[in-house]
Structures are given as C-alpha cells and as structure tokens.
Design a protein around this ligand. Sequence first.
Ligand code: ATP
Ligand code: NI
Length: 273
Amino acid sequence: MLTIDRLTLQLPYYPRWWRREWTTCIESLSLHLQPGEVHAVVGASGAGKSLLAYAIMGLLPQAARVAGELRFQGEDLTPARQRQLRGHQLALIPQSLNALDPLARSQHQVRWAAQRAGFGPSAAHQRADELLSRYQLSHASTHYPHELSGGMARRVLIAMAQVSNARLVIADEPSVGLDPNQRDRVLAALKAIALEGKAVMLITHDLRHALTIADRVSVIRQGQALETAPAQAFQGQGEQLMSCYARDLWQALPDNAFSTHPFHPTHQEPALA
Ligand SMILES: Nc1ncnc2c1ncn2[C@@H]1O[C@H](COP(=O)(O)OP(=O)(O)OP(=O)(O)O)[C@@H](O)[C@H]1O
Ligand code: NI
C-alpha cells in the first residue's frame, strides 16, 4: 500500500547567518506498509518519526531537501498527489492536541473534516455523529477542546482522521499523556481501523504498548530504519531481532528487566521494594 524507498531528508540550519548547512534527519529509510496491518514505527525522541509522517503527508517545511521514493497504492506520491490525497486517502492523527481548533466544538471539528473530505453538509453532519458515537464522544459533541480530557481530545483527532475512510492512517504518538484506560481505548480504536483493511502507521517511542496492537515493528534510530520485525520477534531475550538496538529496546522494558539473563545475575532477583 505504501512503499518508502531510501528516503533521505535534510533540513537547513545556519551556523552563521550567511552560511547555510544541512542536517540529515532521515537517511536512506525504507519501509513497506500493507493493508490491514498496524505497523509500529518505534524510536527515541528526535529519531525522525514525526518528520517521516510529514514526509508521507507532504507537510514538510518548504526548505526541506528530499530524496528517495514514496509510492502509495502503486503510484508515486508527488506533492500534487499528496495534496489530492491528504484528508481523503491519507490521514494523520497529529502528535499535538493543539491541532484541534480551540474555538470549535467537537462536532464541528469532525464535521469540517468530513466536509474537507468531500461530504456535503448534511452527509458530513451524519458522518460526524456516527464517528463521535463510535468513539464514545456523543456526550462531548458540544464540548470545546478545553473541556475535553486528553484521551477524549485524542479520540476527536482519531474521529477526524477516520471520517474520510482513509486507506492509510498515521497516528503520531497517539497515547502520550493518557491514563491506561484511555490509552487502551485509543490503541483499540487504531487496531479496529486496521481490522477494516486499512494500513495504520503507529508512531511511538513506547515499544511495550505498541506491541499490544502492532503486527510489525520498524525500529528507527537517528533517522535510519534499523530493522522491521514481526511483533512476535519481541519475545524471550529478543534472539529473533537482528539489531542490537532493537534487542536493547526490548530488554529495557520493565517487564523484561528481571527475566533470566546469563550475563547479569542480578536480573534474576526481583528488587525488593
Ligand atoms: N522544522 C525543523 N527544522 C529543523 N530541524 C527539525 C525540524 N523538525 C524536526 N527537526 C529535527 O529533526 C530531528 C527529528 O525530529 P522529529 O520531530 O521527527 O523527531 P521524533 O522522532 O518525532 O521525536 P519525538 O518522539 O520527540 O516526537 C530532530 O533532531 C529535530 O530537532
Ligand atoms: Ni514526533
């Protein structure tokens, strides 16, 4: 569905006001997303995950230098095509809750997203109500963003991304700052989108929670994709993982810290509180 082939992305910076240099934020990154899968893109802060999302959506800063290929459903994702598909076939659930209009009620935010996706006013109305109820937001449909909890605001953004029936949904850190209950609801909503046959790219630094819904995981470090592994490879000591970094990420999870590890006997003894 989406193929990213050796994507390289550079952004300008100015060490002196007259001198422009380039910093490489994404380097020769290749990924392939299939319909029906939740594909987690996991990496530390600053790894280039949000920039990857923007590159796919066509939302990079103008000065960005981009090389490599992006193909969506067999066609090149040119800037013109990205403009055409954005909000229709390609949807982004942005990292920041500030993406919500502070002066608009939930129902209007979702309705406007539906109208941007091509629905007429009454169809948009109906579609928005449907989505709000799917995400248990009917009671909050007249709320403004400041009246929503973090999880509710996140679900409004998911409803907006979903209103168009997009084939590819990119969720950028959708569970940050949520309590476990809200987080599980958001992750379940994303899994449900994939089960409808769409592709979901789940961008996160949280491997543990990504694994609850992911089919495959791509590990990103400093703008490079180190490996893509099936979620099942994250088990035991991570023997099935190719890169040390992915194995370290896996072993660093709290639940794994006390698993038996031949070289660290202290790991065998759970610390006493
Ligand atoms: N507009 C920009 N101009 C210059 N550098 C940028 C810009 N946006 C991001 N960067 C740099 O690119 C790198 C990757 O940023 P990005 O936002 O993609 O990271 P991330 O993996 O999404 O991190 P986080 O988990 O914190 O959201 C960072 O080093 C960041 O400083
Ligand atoms: Ni980010």
